[in-house]
Design a protein around this ligand. Structure first.
Ligand code: AMP
Ligand code: MG
Length: 541
């Protein structure tokens, strides 16, 4: 590893690669595209497949800076070529990772990177090692019957959402670039027998590592304890170096401590999802990051009207396993599957069990602190649970936009002599059907607001300016509303990519009021209610 880190990379052949994953872990002995079960290996070497006409649509200035990339490099033709997978830069060691996973509750066996190809890891000036991974870069041994490609619409969604989540303060993989490939990709959007060609694209994802729960599950499922041990030791050494500092603790003793930290990080991320109204859509164990990052943006969605039962994923419409309100529980289930895999490495499973329980506690504590903060209550108090439950009921009494409700709550008067009318007026924009705010519905909402105000006055943040400031810092004005992403996709597919760039920019400061950009904070228009891509998304991408 080089000791002097470059602050500016001026040519992509100067990227400071330090490929720990492919250097330190066992490789598949076969190098070919033959679809196969890969045993005893963490990855298969595989170069991206060149594309017809790479053209950069967008890149993230923050990620470029994180990587030390000179902006001129990002504007170059070579950038498009490299991040579409058409040219492999010097020092890269492209590979597809091998992993398995539970999909929708069932063990699916080997999955692996079927269309993501990592170029390798680079050392960065400020963010340690970062893996550069091209999603949609062509087939790999793990592609099964699929083509290894990604369409523009899903790539726009992944690119924008990764960066939006980061700016919202949610742990996530990042996105450096969105590059059109110039190739057409055939997809059947609703799996209803209507395949059609769509423009292809590649997103360069960036994260310290892309290791998933399923990375450990696969060798465990095959009783390959040696590979499992190597993967765990590598992950602790590279991604959790503080745990193995002394180098003397046996792995079996590190495993529960490490697993507990994975659980804590994951709990923190789920609390953020619940705060911002993010529904992942496909919380399979291959889509959970060992670093607790939000990973694999597929048929995700943003909760607009508050409904704990909502999932955007039509592929999950029957079972609705991955709806908004059950995310904390399904993640717990996923952690249990990881614990089962790790049990191969310990003699006593009790510490793993305790660590699993700690996830539940960490989630609960995190959720309570988060809710108290966003409601202007300061710290969580006894009795708040009931008020929060009543809030969730009130928000379902009539269709309520959860983003606008929480944001505008900061403007609701808390004075004891304020009237119901005063309080409801501040929230007028949050209701999809204002005419329904009469009778019992109105009483339910008004009663809750009265109780909320009283709670603010007793132990909450009573200074109006201070309360607004603290609430605004956790209740975003701008999120990647489903219809906004779809509008950007519709325009991009028609040749106008400016909305992608504008959304990227709006979402850089989601907690600030952005005068002139109010339209990006508007609640879902009627046309988007049942539109494919807005309220309905499939896994087709
Ligand atoms: P996902 O539902 O995106 O988490 O993907 C599940 C598995 O299917 C992973 O192994 C993916 O790499 C693979 N996969 C998804 N789409 C494609 C595709 N177009 N080509 C090849 N593999 C794919
Ligand atoms: Mg996945």
């Amino acid at each position: 590893m080089s000791t002097t880190l470059p602050t500016e990379v001026r040519a992509l052949d100067g990227l400071p690669f330090d490929n720990r994953f492919t250097r330190d872990l066992p490789a598949d002995t076969e190098v070919s595209l033959r679809r196969r079960q890969v045993h005893g290996a963490a990855f298969s070497r595989q170069e991206p497949t060149p594309t017809a006409a790479p053209r950069t649509i967008a890149w993230s200035p923050e990620v470029a800076e994180l990587l030390g990339l000179d902006p001129e490099v990002c504007a170059s033709d070579d950038f498009a070529a490299v991040f579409a997978g058409s040219r492999v830069p010097a020092g890269a060691d492209p590979f597809a990772a091998c992993y398995g996973g539970h999909q929708f509750g069932n063990w699916a066996g080997q999955l692996g990177d079927g269309r993501a190809i990592a170029l390798g890891e680079i050392t960065t000036p400020r963010a340690g090692h970062q893996t550069l991974q091209l999603k949609g870069a062509g087939p790999t041994p793990y592609s099964r019957t699929a083509d290894g490609r990604a369409v523009l619409r899903s790539s726009v969604r992944e690119f924008l959402c990764s960066e939006a989540m980061h700016h919202l303060g949610v742990p996530t993989t990042r996105a450096l670039s969105l590059v059109a490939t110039g190739d057409l990709v055939v997809r059947d959007v609703l799996y209803d027998g209507n395949p059609k060609p769509e423009p292809g694209a590649v997103v360069c994802r960036v994260a310290p590592s892309f290791t998933r729960f399923g990375t450990f599950q696969l060798p465990a499922s095959r009783d390959d304890v040696e590979l499992l041990r190597e993967l765990v030791a590598f992950t602790i050494r590279t991604d959790f170096p503080h745990l193995g500092d002394d180098g003397a603790t046996p792995l079996a003793d590190l495993v529960p401590t490490w697993f507990a930290e994975v659980g804590r990080r994951t709990a923190e991320t789920v609390v953020h999802w619940m705060r911002v109204g993010f529904v992942h859509g496909v919380l399979n164990t291959d889509n959970l990051s060992i670093l607790g990052l939000t990973i694999d943006y597929g048929p995700y969605g943003w909760l607009e009207s508050f409904d704990p039962g909502w999932t955007p994923n039509t592929t999950d419409a029957g079972q609705r396993r991955y709806r908004y309100g059950t995310q904390p529980q399904v993640v717990h289930w996923n952690l249990l599957q990881l614990a089962n895999a790790l049990a191969h490495l310990v003699t006593d499973v009790e510490p793993l069990q305790r660590a699993l329980d700690a996830y539940g506690e960490a989630y609960q504590v995190g959720f309570e602190a988060m809710m108290a903060e966003r409601l202007g209550w300061g710290a969580w108090q006894d009795g708040d649970r009931e008020l929060v439950d009543q809030l969730f009921e009130a928000m379902q009494a009539t269709e309520t936009d959860q983003v606008l409700f929480f944001r505008d709550l900061a403007s609701v008067p808390v004075a004891a002599d304020a009237t119901d009318d005063d309080r409801l007026a501040a929230l007028a924009d949050a209701f999809y059907a204002p005419a329904e705010l009469v009778g019992d519905v109105r009483a339910t909402v008004a009663t809750w607001l009265r109780a909320w105000a009283e709670r603010v006055r007793t132990g909450g943040v009573t200074d109006d300016a201070e309360r607004r400031r603290t609430m605004d810092a956790v209740n975003p004005r701008y999120v990647l509303r489903n219809y906004l992403a779809q509008e950007a996709i519709d325009a991009a597919e028609a040749g106008d990519e400016s909305l992608v760039l504008e959304l990227l920019d709006v979402l850089r400061t989601p907690y600030a009021e952005q005068p002139g950009r109010e339209r990006f904070a508007a609640k879902r228009p009627e046309w988007a209610r049942h539109r494919v891509g807005c309220s309905m998304l499939s896994c087709s991408s």
